[in-house]
Design a protein around this ligand. Structure first.
Ligand code: GDP
Length: 192
């Protein structure tokens, strides 16, 4: 629907290693679709969604994929440019500018993607607003038998670093809506 009314827009970025499921989490949230193929991400709009937070406020979520520099206020963006590359510094700044929230996604079946969360966190701390709400997202809970990261370990890390924590499956849709809703609600509470 094009004419939905909303009261607030927030910019949120979605980050984390490649192949952890960022693209599918975003498309699950906006259109309830799941793509099995692992397509390289290019700068196209995914769509949008609207979230009603507990105080009744309507928040519009406008979702963009990598590289889009237009300024809608809630933007969920995919992979930022690789950190540390001099010529990408300006783009990196633009990617984080004005963001009030972030989802850092890792894959619970690949421990390395959890270890790399530290790197994504420093990237956020270096470039983004210090007041940002950050949700750590452990994705692919449908692959139970391949789990390499214990829920408790991830929760402890989140607590220590002042992050929210949720586990999702973009495949079966479990907790995807909640991940976005809880992030947006926390952002709104902090700013109200
Ligand atoms: P991105 O690079 O972080 O955007 O990751 P994608 O969304 O492109 O997903 C990478 C691969 O993981 C694709 O093959 C997806 O089908 C798969 N995938 C993503 N989320 C899930 C999930 O929750 N469960 C399972 N089993 N596979 C997933």
């Amino acid at each position: 629907m094009e004419d939905e009314s909303y009261e607030i827009l927030y910019k949120v970025v979605v980050t984390g290693d490649s192949s952890v499921g960022k693209t599918n989490i975003i498309s699950r949230f906006t259109s309830n679709e799941f793509a099995m193929e692992n397509k390289a991400t290019i700068g196209v709009e995914f769509g949008h969604a609207q979230v009603q937070i507990p105080d009744g406020t309507q928040v519009k979520v406008q979702i963009w994929d990598t590289g889009v520099k237009l300024p809608p206020i809630i933007i969920f963006v995919n992979n930022p440019p690789t950190a540390g590359q001099e010529r990408f510094r300006a783009i990196t700044r633009g990617y984080y500018r004005g963001a009030v929230g972030a989802l850092i996604v890792f894959d619970i079946t690949h421990a390395q993607t959890f270890r790399n969360v530290e790197k994504w966190l420093s990237e956020l701390h270096e470039h983004a607003d210090t007041n940002m709400i950050i949700m750590l997202v452990g994705n692919k809970t449908d692959l139970k038998t391949n789990r390499e990261v214990a829920t408790d370990e991830a929760k402890k890390f989140a607590q220590k670093n002042d992050l929210l924590y949720i586990e999702t499956s973009a495949l079966d849709g479990d907790n995807v809506k909640e991940a976005f809703e809880q992030t947006i609600t926390a952002i709104h509470q902090k700013r109200a």
